[in-house]
Every structure is written in structure tokens, then in C-alpha cells.
Design a protein around this ligand. Structure first.
Ligand SMILES: NC(=O)c1ccc[n+]([C@@H]2O[C@H](COP(=O)([O-])OP(=O)(O)OC[C@H]3O[C@@H](n4cnc5c(N)ncnc54)[C@H](OP(=O)(O)O)[C@@H]3O)[C@@H](O)[C@H]2O)c1
Length: 376
């Protein structure tokens, strides 16, 4: 029985991670949330974690009243770091959304424990720092992202062969096939209607702009050490093939399942073993056909911006990520149009000087600077 810590336990991945851990009979030793106190209280009652962190100070004050005295309680972003330093766990699922997940990932790696990462933004912004630190501490990093879990599973050969191409699949989101003109006035409500996956608001908008796929290219390059030029994205509307790996002999391995995050979450928790899942079985005869298309990178320019930021290196991915987080928030609040999201990111990249070989402090400072500039 493993001891599991779940960061971002109130989110879309976090709640599924709790279900999977319960299904496996694993012990939940620590959880964290930001604002969703009602759900956090229910999770404390059900899973009895010894440690709980709430990063939003106002929400934390409300929570304190409802807590039993068996739970140790931590407040604020620094409280979350303290909790990670104190917690007793074998594996941590980091399901926090955005750059806020970066420092917690570093704290987990410092402990030398296994980090199951849903939070892709920390790999995008501080990937090199994370992997260098993991090498020092012996911490293992396993991606929970369905595409990267698929690639990881395809690479489990006894004699490791280097992939010659990584093929990331993308559903294409709710606006597949739409022209720029048709996208001008789309609302947040429409953009939040993902055809295949039920996810948090930020990643759902990232899927609609294809920024999510761009971030995943960066994630794949860092996780699997493949050059950016050997990554390819294809639109696969059914979200059944979660990604593929091609080898030198032109054999392609793929991982298939129903689109359900419980499957990659469970694989990360039980790796290298497999156990029965509480998810649904894939029936290919019911699906009938699988389709594949080239992405429209002219209308959806986010993927090109991600490739450019990756090639530039240094703080460029942090600039891109921070601008995107702010722009998505503005779009969700109805302050900007859908196409403006990528424009804001492009402008931030063009107008900001990249810092090379950044420390984690440089990365945090760059992130703060971009947010402040864009929010003025
Ligand atoms: N959803 C998916 O299917 C999926 C698939 C692959 C990868 N991912 C990645 O997984 C991560 C989480 O995605 P999600 O869809 O689960 O997001 P989500 O539903 O929005 O949940 C985000 C979680 O992070 C917490 N959080 C928000 N801001 C925080 C902050 N400043 N400090 C600490 N915690 C904070 C939230 O707490 P409160 O709710 O209490 O405010 C919540 O628990 C993202 O990086 C996403 O790209 C998601």
C-alpha cells in the first residue's frame, strides 16, 4: 500500500486522483487546495489525510473552523511548501493548475520522492532545473498527462530504443475546422465545451487554442529528450489513441483507451505494475473509425509560438506561459476575444528580453513581471 500526497485535490485531475487512490486502497496522507473549501472539507472527512494545506488565505480562515484536531493544517503558498517538507508519502500527484505548481514540484523533488506530474506548466517553465535536481536527489518524474503517459508506456521496451518521432495526438478542441473569421466572436461558454474531455477551465481553453498541444510539445521534449524537430502533432478527433512513438524501423507504437484521466493517473501510481481499473473498457467496434488530420497552425498559432519559445530557451517558455495564463483568465472574464489570447502571448514574447541559464528565482521573477505588465 503506497502513501499518496495529492496537490490540487479539489480540481478535475485531483478529484480523479483521490478516486483512483481509493480504488487501489492506497493511503492519502496529505492534500491541498486553493479556494474550494466545501469540497476540501468533504475530502478531509472521507480520506482522513494527516496534513492539509489551503493556499488562499481568505478561504483558509473559513476552513479552520470546520477542521477536526487530528489534522495538521497549513496556510498560504509557503504553508504548502512546509506541508510538502513534513508529509509522509511515497508518491505525490501534482495536479495544481499553472505556474503555481512549479515551486511545489521542486519541494517534492528535494524530498527524493516520486513525482507524478499533471501540472505541465512546471516542466515548461523550469524543466531543466526540475530534471537536474531529480538526478541529484533520485526523485522519479512520471507524467500523468494522457499523451505523455501514452509515450512513456510505448517506451517500456526491455532494451530501450531511441524514438525517431513522437506523434502527439490532439482532439482539436471545440473549434476544429473553424476559420479565423468564425473564431472572432466565440464566447468562453462555447470554448469551455470540450468534445471529449471534462477538465478544468484553463486547460480547456488551452485545448481550444491548441496552446495545450504546444505546451505538450515542450513537455515531451523535456521528458523524453527528443529534439523539438522530431515531435509532430496530429488531430485525432476521437481521443482514443493518446499518442504514438515511431522508431527507426518505421514501426509505430500507440497507446489506446477511452478518454478518462483515471487511466494515466493509475498507471503513474502503480508504475511499473498494472492493476484492474475502475474506468471503462474500450470497445473499438463501437467506435468504428479513427480519423486523423493536420492541425491548422495558421489559424491556431499557439503551437508555433511554443516551438519558437522552446528553440529560444532560457526564460522564453516562462514568458509564454505567464502571458498565456493571464490572457486565458482575461478571456474567461469576457475582457478579450478568443483570437487575442495568442496575440497577447506573441506580443509578450516579442517585447520581452530572454534571460539565458535562468535560476528558479529568475523564472519566478520573470513570471511575476509578465503578469504585472499585462494586468496594468
Ligand atoms: N483536467 C485534465 O484532464 C488534465 C489532463 C492533463 C493535464 N492536466 C493538467 O493538470 C493540471 C490541473 O488541471 P485541472 O484541469 O485539474 O485544473 P483545475 O480543475 O482547475 O484544478 C486545479 C487545482 O489547483 C488548485 N489551485 C488553483 N490555483 C492554485 C494556486 N495558486 N496554488 C495552489 N493550488 C491552486 C485548485 O484549487 P481550488 O479548486 O481549491 O481553487 C485545484 O485543486 C494543469 O496543469 C493541467 O494542464 C489536466
Amino acid at each position: 500500500m503506497k502513501k499518496v500526497m495529492i496537490l490540487g485535490s479539489t480540481g478535475s485531475v485531483g478529484t480523479k486522483a483521490l478516486d483512483v487512490a481509493e480504488h487501489l486502497g492506497y493511503e492519502i496522507t496529505a492534500i491541498s487546495a486553493n479556494t474550494n473549501i466545501k469540497l476540501l472539507e468533504k475530502q478531509i472527512e472521507k480520506s482522513h489525510p494527516a496534513l492539509v494545506a489551503c493556499t488562499d488565505d481568505t478561504a483558509a480562515r473559513e476552513l479552520k473552523f470546520g477542521l477536526n484536531n487530528k489534522t495538521e493544517f497549513f496556510t498560504g503558498a509557503s504553508g504548502l511548501q512546509d506541508m510538502i517538507r513534513e508529509a509522509d508519502f511515497d508518491i505525490c500527484i501534482n495536479a495544481i493548475v499553472g505556474m503555481a505548481g512549479t515551486v511545489p514540484s521542486i519541494e517534492v523533488i528535494k524530498r527524493g520522492k516520486t513525482l507524478a506530474l499533471a501540472n505541465k506548466e512546471c516542466i515548461v517553465t523550469a524543466g531543466e532545473i526540475l530534471f537536474d535536481l531529480a538526478e541529484e536527489t533520485g526523485s522519479e518524474i512520471i507524467s500523468v498527462d494522457s499523451e505523455h503517459s501514452a509515450i512513456f508506456q510505448c517506451l517500456q521496451d526491455k532494451i530501450p530504443n531511441k524514438p525517431s518521432r513522437i506523434i502527439l495526438t490532439a482532439s482539436g478542441g471545440p473549434f476544429f475546422g473553424k476559420t479565423a473569421k468564425e473564431l472572432e466572436n466565440v464566447t468562453a461558454k462555447k470554448a469551455l465545451r470540450h468534445p471529449n474531455w471534462s477538465m478544468g477551465a484553463k486547460i480547456t481553453i488551452d485545448s481550444a487554442t491548441l496552446m495545450n498541444k504546444g505546451l505538450e510539445i515542450m513537455e515531451a521534449v523535456r521528458l523524453f529528450g527528443v529534439p523539438e524537430g522530431k515531435t509532430e502533432v496530429i488531430i485525432h478527433r476521437e481521443s482514443i489513441i493518446h499518442s504514438m512513438v515511431e522508431f527507426e524501423d518505421f514501426s509505430i507504437l500507440a497507446q489506446l483507451s477511452v478518454p478518462d484521466m483515471k487511466i494515466p493517473i493509475q498507471y503513474a501510481l502503480t508504475y511499473p505494475k498494472r492493476y484492474p481499473s475502475s474506468s471503462k473498457k474500450l470497445d473499438l467496434t463501437k467506435i468504428g473509425k479513427l480519423s486523423f488530420f493536420r492541425p491548422d497552425e495558421k489559424t491556431f498559432k499557439s503551437m508555433r509560438l511554443c516551438r519558437d519559445a522552446l528553440k529560444e530557451g532560457g526564460t522564453a517558455p516562462t514568458i509564454l506561459n505567464a502571458a498565456n495564463e493571464v490572457a486565458v483568465e482575461m478571456f474567461l472574464k469576457g475582457k478579450i476575444g478568443f483570437l487575442k489570447i495568442a496575440d497577447i502571448v506573441e506580443e509578450a514574447l516579442n517585447k520581452t528580453v530572454t534571460l539565458f541559464n535562468p535560476t528558479i528565482e529568475d523564472i519566478i521573477q520573470t513570471d511575476n513581471d509578465i503578469r504585472q505588465k499585462l494586468l496594468i
